[in-house]
Every structure is written in structure tokens, then in C-alpha cells.
Design a protein. Structure first.
Length: 366
């Protein structure tokens, strides 16, 4: 059979499998092909040890693969658009027995939580299973952030919704400059529930403006998440605080892994971060946010369900039943995110948004 394949390759003027494998082990190759719609796509491929080292062991499930090396692990998502589900979380959690790099050979880091997976439960009104998954997602993200060993996310392409929540709760980020990043859940009638609201609140609360105004950070995050703002490059991501100044921004996609390994080498004495604490204004802040929503509604920028989604987001970002002199921890924010998410996923209008987006790839404004 191999003789026939080699002869066909020779007649077509293309390298044999053996010749191609040898080239890939010694070089970085660019493969150009045409997609069905006529677009040209270029993929970079290699098997060079310094770029793609050989794992000592491979563990995999339906959604991700864990490449185990002597000194670190790599998790690579394997679903369509690297959408996240229960198996994805299992792999992340099971890979933190060593320093971890989350990186993908595919074009996307992760387009977020698998909405089809979520809707399969919603159709059966099995909301307990959805809640169980969201809790596990939160638990996994918190585990990544406070793991004994450092966790690095090395994104390229899409890092949206839940994909961003994994990224922003990693200890280090090595980002390709070609990245699209953001929290886009409000488009489908949901709010970020894997720690995205919490992490964005924390990042904006560290600004000089927030030190003088306790409502500054929540109102900024309300604007960013409410409008589902995305950054289409690493440069755009930093002002929105989707990326931090200390996050590495790399022009060459081929360098993401080697730079991630350098960071691990420099952080052998790693200590997990201190848990975040929040002081939020509660009801007065929520009322400010609702006034902003009512103006948008009166101006017909948002419709009936848009205002309901906005109110749930406002409740999370204002701290719910709290006051500015009360300290909240990360678990308090996770709980607020979960409660808001569950209220919205049980709503028929949110389900209509999700169904429409899955069917058409476009948002439904209702």
C-alpha cells in the first residue's frame, strides 16, 4: 500500500509521507489551501522539538488532550472552535499536577462555552445539569488561578466568553498579537458566569480612578460587558483590561510555546496570588445602572429582554445585597454570577437568542 501511495505522490509532484515527516522534524512549513468559500488559509506546521516537543504521555477525552512532559503539562482543546464543556474542565483540572500551559495548534484558543451543549439540557428543562456544569466551570477556573503550580494561557485567534474566563484566571498570559478577545455573553441573553465579571471588576478596581470612586470600576465593566465589547488585537485588548500590561504580546505564533516555557523556567519559586476582595455599593449603584438601561430602552437601543439581561448584570456588578462598607470575596461574586446566569438561561427569550445564534450565526435582538 505504501508503494502505491509513494507512486501517487511522485506522479502528483508532492512529497511522500516519510519525506514530509522528515521535513516537518527539521523545518517550519507553511501550508496554503483554499476553503470552500474561496478564502485562502495559511497554516504553519512543524514537528521540531524546540517548537513542538514530544510528550512522555498523552491523556485525552472527547474535548481536550493533556500532553505530559517531565517538567510541565500542555492542555490543548480539540472541539469545534475549541468550545468548552465538562470534559474540557476535567482536562484542565487534571493537568495542574505540574506547571501548565494552555495552548492550541488550532486557529482559536476558545470561542467560549459550548452553547449547543447547554441548550441540550435547556430543551429538556434540565436546569440542574446546567447549574452543575457552571459550578464546575467556576471551580475549575478558581483552581487554575490558585493552583500550587503556575498556569499559563497562550492564546491566538478567538478567546471569547468562557475562553477569556480561562485566560484571565491563568497566572500568566503569552498572547499572539492576532487575537479577538472579549466577554460577549450578553449577545445571547446571558452574563459571564465563570468569573469574568469578577476578574474584570478586580482589574478595573486597581486603577487610580477607582481609588477615589467606588463606583468607577463597576460602571466601566457594566459598559464593557453590557455592550459585549471585543478587542481585535492585543493592542486593543489592553485599554479594555482584557490583557494586562505585564502580559506578553508576541508577533510570531510559533514562539508562544517557547516563551511560555521561559516564563515557567523563571518562576520555579512560584506562589499563588492572594485572593481578591471587593467593596461594592449595592443598591445605590444598581439604581445608577438601571437608569442607564432605561435611557437605552427609551432610545430603542435595547428592547424588553435587553433590559432584563442588563438588570441581572447590574445586580452582579453592584454586589447584590451589599453596601460599600462590607467586604465581598471571590466566592460571593461567583455566586452572584451563577444566580444571574441561571435566571437568564431559564428565560424563554434567552433560549430564543441562543437558538437563533446557533442557527444563523447572528444575534437576535428581542
Amino acid at each position: 500500500m505504501n508503494i502505491v501511495k509513494d507512486k501517487v505522490a511522485e506522479l502528483k509532484g508532492i512529497p511522500t509521507r516519510e519525506a514530509l515527516m522528515e521535513q516537518l522534524e527539521n523545518e517550519v512549513l507553511e501550508v496554503t489551501f483554499l476553503k470552500i468559500n474561496g478564502d485562502k488559509r495559511i497554516m504553519t506546521c512543524t514537528l521540531k522539538d524546540d517548537i513542538k516537543p514530544k510528550a512522555t504521555k498523552l491523556d485525552k477525552n472527547n474535548s481536550a488532550e493533556i500532553y505530559r512532559f517531565n517538567d510541565f503539562n500542555i492542555v490543548e482543546f480539540t472541539t469545534k472552535a475549541n468550545a468548552l464543556d465538562y470534559d474540557s474542565m476535567d482536562s484542565l483540572k487534571n493537568a495542574t499536577d505540574k506547571p501548565l500551559i494552555i495552548i492550541n495548534e488550532a486557529m482559536q484558543f476558545s470561542a467560549g462555552v459550548n452553547l449547543s451543549y447547554t441548550m441540550n439540557f435547556a430543551k429538556k428543562e434540565d436546569f440542574k445539569s446546567i447549574e452543575k456544569f457552571v459550578r464546575y466551570f467556576q471551580e475549575t477556573c478558581k483552581h487554575l488561578k490558585y493552583s500550587k503550580y503556575p498556569v499559563i494561557s497562550a492564546p491566538s485567534g478567538l478567546a471569547l466568553g468562557g475562553g477569556f474566563e480561562v485566560l484571565c484566571q491563568s497566572n500568566f498570559v503569552v498572547s499572539h498579537t492576532n487575537i479577538v478577545v472579549g466577554l460577549v455573553e450578553t449577545i445571547v441573553g446571558l452574563i459571564p458566569a465563570g468569573g469574568g465579571c469578577k476578574e474584570m471588576l478586580w482589574r478595573w478596581s486597581q486603577t487610580e480612578e477607582a481609588k477615589n470612586d467606588p463606583d468607577y470600576a463597576p460602571l466601566k465593566v457594566f459598559d464593557i460587558i453590557g455592550y459585549a465589547k471585543t478587542a481585535t488585537s492585543a493592542i486593543e485588548a489592553e485599554p479594555l483590561k482584557y490583557l494586562k500590561p505585564e502580559d506578553k504580546k508576541i508577533m510570531s505564533r510559533n514562539s508562544l510555546l517557547s516563551i511560555s516555557k521561559e516564563i515557567l523556567e523563571k518562576n520555579k519559586e512560584f506562589s499563588p496570588p492572594t485572593e481578591c476582595k471587593f467593596k461594592l455599593s449595592g443598591k445605590p449603584l444598581k439604581e445608577k445602572m438601571i437608569k442607564l438601561l432605561e435611557k437605552l430602552y427609551n432610545d430603542k437601543v435595547i428592547l424588553d429582554h435587553g433590559i432584563e439581561v442588563g438588570k441581572e448584570l447590574a445586580n452582579v456588578l453592584s454586589g447584590g445585597e451589599t453596601s460599600v462598607d462590607k467586604e465581598l470575596n471571590e466566592d460571593d461574586l461567583y455566586k452572584l454570577e451563577l444566580n444571574a446566569f441561571m435566571k437568564l438561561i431559564e428565560s424563554q427569550k434567552t433560549q430564543e437568542r441562543i437558538k437563533h445564534t446557533l442557527a444563523t450565526g447572528k444575534p437576535l435582538i428581542n
